[in-house]
Design a binder for this molecule. Structure first.
Ligand code: BES
Ligand code: ZN
Length: 271
C-alpha cells in the first residue's frame, strides 16, 4: 500500500484546511471546519458498511471527528491515529475573521492521516483490529478534545491498544527525517514505531528528543493509561518557527508534502 500514498493529496488537503480564516475551537468558523472535515471523511467512507464517521461533542462549539474502520477479528481492540484539527493565533482568539491558517500546525497532521485513511479505504483494506482516525478539537487551548475523548474511553473501559499522534509533519527543520518525541509517550510503543521505520522505511533516519511538557494530544492518552507515540517533524526547537502566527502557510515548506509523506508512510505501517 505504501506506493499508493500521494504527496499531491496531502498538499491539497493542507491547502483546503489552511484556507479557512481560522479553525479556532470557540468560533463558528472552527465549528464549520470540523463539520466539513466530517463531510470529507464520510465521502471517503462511502459504500463501506464497516466504516462510520462521527463527531464527538465538547463543551465548546468545535467537535472532534472520528472515522472508525471496524476490526474483523478483534473489534474491541482499538488503534488510534490522531492529529488536531484546530488552529490558533492571537488574531483568531480576538476575532472570528482573524487569520490562523495552521498549515503545519496541524493541517499537516490531519492531511497526513487522511491520506493513510484514503489509501486504506480505497484499496478495501480490512484491519483485524478497529482503527480510529481522530481529528481532535481544541488542542491549542490545552489538549481539550483529546483529554475528553481519552477520559471517556478510559471510563468506558475501552481497549485502546495504542495511539499515534501526528502534529506537525511538513517542515523539515533537522537533518534527520523523524524525531520520536519520547516524553509523555510509551517507550515500548516508541521502540515498536522505530522498528516499523527500520523494517518498512529503512531510508528514513529516526532520532529521539523530548518536548519537556505535555505538548500535544499523545499526552492525553498517556495520562489515561494508554500507550501513545508522537513522531515529529524535527528536533525540538528546530521545528517550524511560524506556528501560532498568520504565517503558518504552505509556502513555509515550499508548498510541498515531501516531508509529510514520510509520516504518512510510517502511520500506514503502524496501521
Ligand atoms: N504542535 C504544537 C506542539 C509542539 C510545538 C510540539 C512545537 C513540538 C514543538 C501544539 O499544537 C501546541 O501548540 N501545543 C501547546 C501546548 C498545549 C497544551 C496547548 C504548546 O506547545 O504550547
Ligand atoms: Zn500549536
Amino acid at each position: 500500500l505504501l506506493p499508493q500514498l500521494q504527496e499531491s493529496e496531502i498538499t491539497a488537503t493542507i491547502g483546503k484546511l489552511a484556507s479557512y480564516a481560522n479553525r479556532y475551537y470557540k468560533n463558528n468558523v472552527g465549528a464549520r471546519a470540523s463539520n466539513e472535515l466530517a463531510d470529507s471523511w464520510r465521502a471517503l467512507a462511502a459504500g463501506r458498511s464497516d466504516v462510520t464517521v462521527s463527531q464527538f461533542a465538547h463543551s465548546f462549539v468545535q467537535k472532534s471527528v472520528i472515522l472508525e474502520i471496524r476490526g474483523t477479528v478483534a473489534p474491541n481492540e482499538i488503534v488510534v491515529i490522531g492529529g488536531h484539527l484546530d488552529s490558533i493565533t492571537p488574531q483568531a482568539m480576538f476575532s472570528p475573521t482573524g487569520k490562523a491558517p495552521g498549515a503545519d500546525d496541524d493541517a499537516s497532521g490531519i492531511a497526513t492521516l487522511q491520506e493513510v485513511m484514503r489509501v486504506l479505504l480505497q484499496t478495501g483494506y480490512q484491519p483485524e483490529r478497529t482503527i480510529q482516525f481522530i481529528g481532535y478539537a481544541g488542542e491549542e487551548a490545552g489538549l481539550l478534545g483529546s483529554k475528553a475523548i481519552a477520559k471517556a474511553y478510559a471510563t468506558q473501559g475501552r481497549n485502546v491498544v495504542g495511539a499515534l499522534q501526528l502534529d506537525m509533519t511538513a517542515y523539515q527543520g533537522s537533518s534527520s527525517d523523524i524525531t520520536l518525541i519520547s516524553d509523555y509517550t510509551s517507550t515500548a510503543q516508541d521502540d515498536f514505531v522505530a522498528a516499523l521505520a527500520a523494517g518498512y522505511l529503512p531510508e528514513l533516519s529516526v532520532v529521539r528528543d523530548v518536548c519537556g511538557y505535555a505538548c500535544s494530544d499523545h499526552a492525553s492518552w498517556t495520562a489515561n493509561g494508554y500507550r501513545a507515540s508522537f513522531p515529529f517533524e524535527a528536533a525540538f526547537g528546530e521545528d517550524n518557527p511560524h506556528i501560532h502566527t498568520t504565517k503558518d502557510k504552505l509556502v513555509k515548506f515550499d508548498n510541498s508534502a515531501a516531508h509529510a509523506i514520510k509520516f504518512a508512510r510510517l502511520a500506514l505501517a503502524y496501521a
